[in-house]
Unconditional design. Structure first.
Length: 416
């Protein structure tokens, strides 16, 4: 699919803005919704230390002396530090041996330390100083200035450029092999958090579905779903609601939409538990489905089954997408990404980010391994008509793929 930012924007436009106009009544969840996250155990400092040790082992194997990262999911993953990016650099350096370094503005140090969950050195820089000179000085002290410095793949260019100027003898390299190599393989604790996030989203769906009424807007439905998610203990990550023809466009349309008899309702929703995400889509018809709607729904359901069957240990990730696309082309869709048909990848990685490497997309050669987590969402989209997307996430085990949420049995029972 296209980037999550657009999905979140459209979800906000249809939800946060319109839900206010719809009135608070839609957001009042039933009192019998059970809070599900009371016993959740956060990721421990020892787990983060184990992650760093795994990253350091990879760094040594690949000849990388240190790894630089900015605020974001990787920084949270390794250090626990929750911070936002701005023009004032906060960064972390993980050396191939020893404790990490955090570099942050002087006046931000107390706030940054609040979430630092591991031992490490914190160095500050003042407003009239170059923060990359602080990084370069620390690397020089550690005798790493002439080595290979890995850079987490989302680090902004101005930081990379300034680091290269501060360390002209260093070789800067994409550090994705390290961050991906560790983050793609989820632990049992991570899988349990993702399972709970999925369970909450399914429970919120089951609460929302019978409350959908003719004439409702996307914001009305969003308000019910969001209220239920919060009551169940999840943090709302996104709710994308597509009604009627808008469902033919994977991330929707900004045009006004309301629930109408005989038209498709496509919901793509997710929440977080301790930062770990769910991502589940359901498509149903308000009223009696037409033969065409039922046919396409069944084809997408079969597409999910084919994708799961293709997701076997050691198989290239792209082969999952290829298997689904071959089935759809046999039905006359496509070819490839052409419409009507499946215009986006079959799935994406998921964890602390809603979209993580690697993707289930043609040409991706990364072999599937135990601990990897993916969405399975082989939608079919018919411009000018409607679209169907069923999306459930799964993780790879030593015995093969295992669902976080189980696909629904039929268009008549869209939530099981």
């Amino acid at each position: 699919m296209i980037q999550t930012d657009r999905r979140r924007f459209l979800g906000w436009a249809s939800g946060a803005g319109l839900a206010l106009a719809a009135g608070a009544a839609w957001a009042e969840p039933a009192p019998d919704l059970k809070f599900m996250t009371g016993g959740v155990v956060p990721i421990s400092p020892a787990e983060r230390q184990a992650r760093i040790a795994r990253a350091q082992a990879l760094m040594r194997a690949k000849g990388i002396s240190a790894l630089l990262m900015e605020p974001g999911s990787s920084l949270i993953y390794f250090t626990g530090v929750h911070w936002s990016r701005s023009e004032r650099m906060t960064a972390c350096v993980i050396p191939a041996e020893g404790e990490v370094l955090i570099v942050t503005p002087h006046f931000e140090e107390p706030s940054v330390r609040e979430t630092l969950a591991i031992p490490g050195e914190v160095r500050i820089w003042q407003e009239d100083e170059n923060p990359l000179a602080v990084v370069a000085g620390w690397l020089t002290e550690k005798k790493l200035a002439g080595g290979v410095i890995g850079v987490e793949e989302t680090v902004r260019f101005f930081i990379v450029d300034a680091l290269q100027k501060a360390l002209p003898s260093a070789t800067l390299r994409n550090g994705a092999a390290v961050t991906r190599g560790v983050r793609m393989i989820k632990t049992e604790h991570e899988l349990a958090l993702m399972q709970l996030a999925s369970d909450i989203t399914i429970a919120a769906y089951r609460h929302t579905y019978p409350r959908v009424q003719a004439g409702m807007t996307r914001g009305d439905i969003d308000a019910i779903m969001a209220g239920a998610t919060r009551a169940l203990g999840g943090e709302v990550e996104f709710n994308l609601i597509l009604l009627g023809e808008a469902a033919a466009y994977p991330h929707g349309s900004g045009k006004p939409q309301i629930v109408r008899e005989g038209e498709v309702v496509l919901m793509d929703c997710g929440c977080t538990v301790q930062g770990y995400q769910s991502d589940i889509s359901r498509t149903f018809v308000f009223g009696e489905p037409t033969a065409a709607q039922r046919k396409v729904w069944n084809q997408v359901h079969r597409g999910q089954e084919i994708a799961l069957a293709a997701a076997q240990l050691g198989a290239p990730a792209g082969s999952v997408d290829d298997a689904v696309r071959a089935y759809y082309e046999s039905l006359g869709y496509g070819p490839r990404y052409d419409l009507p048909g499946l215009s986006h990848r079959t799935g994406h990685g998921i964890g602390l980010d809603g979209h993580e490497p690697v993707n289930l997309v043609h040409g991706e050669t990364t072999p599937l391994a135990a601990g990897m987590c993916f969405s399975n969402e082989p939608g079919i989209y018919i411009p000018g008509g409607f679209g169907v997307r069923l999306e459930d996430c799964f993780h790879m085990t030593e015995a093969g793929p295992k669902w976080f949420s189980v696909p629904p049995p039929s268009i008549d029972k869209p939530f099981g």
